[in-house]
Design a binder for this molecule. Structure first.
Ligand code: GLA
Length: 656
C-alpha cells in the first residue's frame, strides 16, 4: 500500500480555504458520493496557517481534516511550504529568488523562494515540524506532501546567498580550486581561478558561458532544492516516522535529477498534463509514467492530472467525453495506484479559475460531474490492481548529467538534439507494439533486460560504460554518445570514448544535418532504404560489421549503423527506427503483450491486460487470452470490439 488507504486512490487537490465553511459540508458529501478516498490539502496554505510570524491558526485545518475523516476521506497533507507568506518576504526580502540577469522577483505568485536561503529553509522546517506535531495522530493523515512541484517556477536563484552556497558545493566536489580549474578547463578563455571566492553562478555574461560551469550549476540547482526537501522530510520523519512522504514530480523534467530525488522519498508521485490538442500526447505521457514506475521499481501515484482543460497553455482545450477516464486507466496500466486530479472544486478566482476540476463551476448537472462519478465507480471496480508490479524486458537509459550536458546552450555541434525527442523516437514504436519498457539510469545493473536502448549518452563515464558492457542482453546505442566525461571534457581519441571497444567503432567527425535535410541510408543485404535527419556522423568501424551505409551526399558510402556482437551503434537519427527495432526485438526474444491496431495501447500489469482505445473509431482485435473485464464484469475471449476512447481491463485467466 502506497499510503494508509487500501485499494486505488481517487481524489485531488482540495483547497477549502478558498471557500466559505458552508461549502465544505457539500464538498465532503459529494466526495463521498464520488468515492473519493484521498485529497491533497494545504498545498498553498502557509499564509492562512501562519498569518503572523509564529502565530499559527490551525483551527480551520483541524475542522477540514475532521470533516474529511468523518466522511472516510484521507489526507495527503501538504507541509504548506510551497509559497512563503507575505510577512516572511517583507521581513526578509532576500528569500525571493533572483534571475540570471540579477533581477529579484516580486511576491504575488507562488514558489517565491531562494532554494539556498537559510531563512526560507529555517521557516519551512519550523512549519513542517508544527504541522507534524499538530497532526501526528490525526486519523485522516495518510501521507505527507512536501513543497509542491519543486522546480516548477523556481529552479534556480542567482543571488549572493546562492552564489556562496554554490561555492561550498564546488569546494566539496573538488577539494581545492586547482581541482575546479582542471575540471572546468579554465585554461580556455583565460578563466583560471586562484580562489573559490572568485567563482560565481553562470549569470548572463558577454558571450557563451563555460559549459562545465553550467553543468555543475545544473547539478547544484537540483541538489539545492533536494536539500530543501530533505530538511522537511527529516523533520517529518522524526515526529511521524510511519507516515510516508512524497513530493509531486513533474513527469520528465529537465531541472531535477529524479533518480536522486526518488531515492529519498517513500512514494513516487507525479503530475501529468497531456495536451488534448496533441493526438500523440498519450505516448509521451506513457513514457513519463514508465519513468515514474522505474524510479523506485514499483507502484507510484498519479497525484495530479486535469479532469478536462488546464489554464496555463496558450489555448486550453477541454478533454472530450471519455478522455479523463481513458487517461486515468492509462496511468493505472503503467503502474499508478490511483488517479488524482487538480483540483476537487473549480476555483472562482485566481490564475486557475478556468482550470477544470472534478466538480465544475456549473455544478453536478454536468457531463464533467457525471464523468467524475463514473471514474469513481471504475476505480472501485479495479481496486484489486493496487500494488501489482509490472515486468519489462526492455530498458531505455536516461541520465540527467548527460541530458544537462547534451542540452547545454551555445557550444554544441547542433542544438537540435533534445533528449525527450530522442527517447520518444525509440519509445513510441515500443509503445505501439505493446512492449513494456523500464527506464534505467546509466551505471545501473542491466542484467534483467533482454534489450537495452541508449538513445543518447553524451556524457558517459568509464563506470557507466562498464555497466553497459556487462549487460548480457542486446544493446542499441544512439549517436553522439560517449562523447565527454563527467566534467564535460571530450574523451581522449574521440567518441564513443569508453564505449569504443564495446561498439567497435570510432567517430571521426560529427556531421549535423541542416534543418529539413534528409540523408538517405541503405541497409546491407536486400537493399532496404531509410533516411536520417538532424544528425549523422563520419564513423570508422574498428571491428564492427556495417548494417547500413549512408547513400548520397557528402557521407555517401560511409557506414551509418554498425554492429559488434550483441551491440549496435546507430550514428544518425533515423526517421523511422522500426525496422531496426523489430529485428532487435526478434533477436532478443521480446514479444508484444498483444497484437493491436494503431492507436490502441496494450499494457500488461501483472495478471492484468489493459487495452485502451485512444482513437475516435471502434477498434477490433483478438485477445491473446480469455479473461474477465473488470470494468464490465463480462468474460471475454477471442475477437472483441472496443468503442472509441473506451477500454478493457482484463484479469487474465489461468495467469499468476
Ligand atoms: C500543477 C500544480 C498545481 C496546479 C496545476 C494546474 O500541477 O502543482 O498546483 O497549478 O499545475 O495544472
Amino acid at each position: 500500500m502506497l499510503t494508509r488507504v487500501p485499494g486505488l486512490l481517487f481524489g485531488g487537490d482540495y483547497n477549502p480555504e478558498q471557500w466559505p465553511e458552508e461549502v465544505w459540508a457539500e464538498d465532503v458529501r459529494l466526495m463521498a458520493e464520488a468515492g473519493v478516498n484521498l485529497v491533497t490539502v494545504a498545498v498553498f496554505s502557509w499564509s492562512r496557517l501562519e498569518p503572523r510570524p509564529g502565530g499559527f491558526d490551525f483551527g480551520w485545518l483541524d475542522r477540514v481534516l475532521d470533516l474529511l475523516h468523518e466522511h472516510g476521506i484521507a489526507a495527503d497533507l501538504a507541509t504548506a511550504t510551497a509559497t512563503p507568506p507575505p510577512w516572511l518576504v517583507r521581513e526578509h526580502p532576500e528569500v525571493m529568488p533572483v534571475d540570471s540577469s540579477g533581477t529579484r522577483l516580486e511576491f504575488g505568485s507562488r514558489q517565491g523562494y531562494c532554494p539556498s536561503s537559510p531563512v526560507f529553509r529555517e521557516h519551512t522546517v519550523r512549519l513542517a515540524r508544527a504541522m507534524a506535531t499538530r497532526y501526528s495522530s490525526h486519523p485522516a493523515l495518510a501521507m505527507w506532501h512536501v513543497g509542491n512541484e519543486y522546480a516548477d517556477h523556481t529552479l534556480e536563484c542567482f543571488c549572493p546567498v546562492s552564489a556562496a552556497h554554490f561555492r561550498r558545493w564546488l569546494r566539496e566536489r573538488y577539494g581545492d580550486v586547482d581541482g575546479l580549474n582542471a575540471a572546468w578547463g579554465t585554461s580556455c578563455w583565460g578563466q583560471h581561478y586562484t580562489g573559490f571566492e572568485q567563482v560565481e553562478p553562470p549569470r548572463r555574461a558577454p558571450g557563451p558561458v563555460n559549459p562545465a560551469q553550467v553543468l555543475d550549476w545544473r547539478r547544484f540547482c537540483s541538489d539545492a532544492l533536494l536539500e530543501c526537501f530533505l530538511l522537511e522530510r527529516d523533520a517529518l520523519r522524526e515526529i511521524t516516522p510511519d507516515v510516508p512522504v512524497t513530493t509531486n514530480f513533474m513527469s520528465i523534467l529537465h531541472g531535477l535529477d529524479y533518480w536522486k530525488w526518488a531515492a529519498e522519498e517513500d512514494v513516487v508521485s507525479d503530475d501529468a498534463y497531456p495536451d488534448p490538442a496533441d493526438p500523440d500526447a498519450h505516448v509521451a505521457v506513457a513514457l513519463s509514467y514508465d519513468l515514474m514506475r522505474s524510479l523506485k521499481g514499483g507502484p507510484w501515484l498519479l497525484l495530479e492530472s486535469a479532469p478536462s482543460a488546464v489554464s496555463w497553455r496558450e489555448v486550453n482545450l477541454p478533454k472530450p467525453p471519455g478522455v479523463m477516464r481513458l487517461h486515468s486507466l492509462q496511468a493505472l496500466a503503467h503502474g499508478s495506484d490511483g488517479a488524482m486530479f487538480f483540483q476537487w472544486r473549480q476555483a472562482r478566482y485566481g490564475p486557475e479559475k478556468f482550470h477544470s476540476a472534478l466538480l465544475p463551476h456549473a455544478g453536478t448537472d454536468t457531463r464533467g460531474w457525471r464523468e467524475t462519478l463514473e471514474l469513481g465507480r471504475d476505480l472501485r471496480a479495479l481496486g484489486e490492481i493496487a500494488g501489482t508490479p509490472t515486468a519489462a524486458e526492455v530498458a531505455l537509459v536516461l541520465g540527467w548529467d548527460s541530458w544537462w550536458g547534451l542540452e547545454a546552450p551555445e557550444s554544441m555541434p547542433s542544438d537540435r538534439l533534445k533528449l525527450k525527442r530522442l527517447l520518444l523516437d525509440w519509445y513510441a514504436p515500443l509503445h505501439a507494439r505493446g512492449v513494456a519498457v523500464d527506464l534505467a539510469p546509466p551505471g545501473r545493473d542491466l542484467s534483467g533486460y533482454r534489450l537495452v536502448i541508449v538513445p543518447n549518452l553524451y556524457l558517459c563515464t568509464e563506470e557507466q560504460a562498464a555497466a553497459l558492457a556487462s549487460a548480457p542482453g542486446r544493446l542499441i546505442v544512439g549517436p553522439f554518445s560517449g562523447v565527454v566525461d563527467a566534467a564535460d571534457q571530450v574523451h581522449p581519441g574521440s567518441a564513443p570514448g569508453p564505449l569504443r571497444e564495446l561498439l567497435g567503432v570510432r567517430v571521426e567527425e560529427f556531421w549535423p544535418l541542416p534543418d529539413g535535410a534528409r540523408q538517405p541510408v541503405r541497409f546491407t543485404g536486400g537493399g532496404r532504404t531509410g533516411s536520417a535527419s538532424t544528425w549523422a556522423e563520419w564513423i570508422s568501424p574498428l571491428d564492427a560489421e556495417p548494417l547500413a551505409h549512408y547513400a548520397g551526399g557528402d557521407l555517401d558510402g560511409r557506414p551509418a549503423i554498425v554492429r559488434r556482437g550483441r551491440a549496435t551503434y546507430v550514428s544518425c537519427l533515423l526517421d523511422d527506427v522500426t525496422a531496426l527495432l523489430d529485428a532487435e526485438l526478434a533477436e532478443a526474444g521480446v514479444r508484444p503483450v498483444a497484437e493491436v491496431p494503431a492507436g490502441v495501447e496494450a499494457t500488461r500489469r501483472g495478471a492484468y491486460l489493459f487495452l485502451l482505445n485512444h482513437t475516435t473509431a471502434p477498434a477490433r482485435l483478438t485477445l491473446p487470452c480469455p479473461g474477465a473485464d473488470l470494468l464490465t464484469g463480462r468474460r471475454l475471449r477471442g475477437e472483441i470490439e472496443i468503442a472509441p476512447r473506451d477500454a478493457v481491463v482484463l484479469r487474465i485467466e489461468g495467469d499468476q
